[in-house]
Design a protein around this ligand. Structure first.
Ligand code: NAP
Length: 260
């Protein structure tokens, strides 16, 4: 299916690796010119060059922390009128809520709630004027099914989800569509580093922990980031203007419900 995105412009945040990178690659394959961000310039530049080498489409790397005003301003300066915005950032650390200070919470809220909200604020009126916009927020399966040790993630992402649910319904009449994708376990560095912590605690190889996660899934595996990228490109498609304010759970069926 032609997603109708050739020649569109987009920003994909936190995209030097993992899920963000997969979204950037899938959009680039559809002919979307991109600005991609991450904090580590060398990794980001390498990713931009790799994507362009594969797709032949322009990808501009803009290094910076998307949780800061400067990081967002730099991305927007390189792509002031995006048709597509994919919001993403690292996730807050796990832990016991008794240990978290106000500063820890502010950091989590900045990164996983306010950064996407301020980026949306910067681009949404232009999208309305041009009568086209697609915004995808990468959140987490924890929004639907909270993960006890990830309390800051559960909280900050739920705040974003609530805000987006209301805004999506205000802008949809202008063909500006906002949706969220909720990843379950996808094989990225983040998943590997979490598995490594458990592997050390239990003194088993990291592969064993990942295999256990795979076994507990109805699919018998963990997700491939490329599958996530394709779903993201679909939700950015010109053809999905009637899919509004959804929370697409991409978890291989882990969440046990007749209605996911
Ligand atoms: P990852 O493989 O660790 O990749 C994270 C990417 O984000 C890197 O490119 C990193 O580059 C960039 N990044 C992190 N913080 C940033 C910031 N403040 N500003 C700009 N770039 C930033 O992680 P992932 O697995 O793709 O996860 C992406 C998001 O999905 C995270 O929020 C994660 O919590 C969530 N999630 C993932 C899974 C999963 O199974 N993979 C499941 C549920 C939720 P730099 O470090 O150089 O900035």
């Amino acid at each position: 299916m032609d997603l109708g995105l050739k020649g569109k412009k987009g920003i994909v945040c936190a995209a030097s690796k993992g899920l963000g990178r997969a979204c950037a690659l899938a959009l680039s394959r559809e002919g979307v010119e991109l600005v991609i961000t991450a904090r580590t310039a060398s990794e980001l530049e390498k990713t931009a060059a790799e994507i362009t080498a594969e797709t032949g489409v322009k990808v501009i790397p803009v290094a910076g922390d998307i949780a800061t005003e400067e990081g967002r301003a730099a991305a927007l300066a390189a792509c002031p009128n995006p048709d597509i915005l994919v919001n993403n950032a690292g996730g807050p650390p796990p832990g016991d809520f008794r240990d978290w200070t106000r500063e820890d919470w502010i950091k989590a809220v900045d990164q996983n709630m306010l950064a996407p909200i301020f980026l949306i604020k910067s681009v949404v009126d232009g999208m309305i004027e041009r009568q086209f916009g697609r915004i995808v927020n990468i959140t987490s399966a924890s929004v639907k099914s909270p993960i006890p040790v990830l309390g800051m993630s559960n909280g900050a992402r739920a705040g974003l989800t609530g805000f987006v649910g209301g805004l999506a319904r205000q802008v949809a009449k202008h063909n500006v569509v906002i949706n969220n994708i909720l990843p379950g376990p996808f094989l990225t560095d983040r998943l590997r580093s979490g598995a490594l912590v458990q592997a050390r605690q239990r003194n088993v190889p990291v592969e064993e922990i990942i295999a256990e996660r795979a076994k507990s899934s109805p699919t018998g595996r963990v997700g491939d980031p490329a599958e996530f990228g394709d779903a993201c490109a679909f939700l950015c498609s010109a053809k999905i203007g009637f899919i509004v304010g959804h929370n697409l759970l991409l978890d291989g069926g882990n969440f046990n419900s007749s209605i996911a």
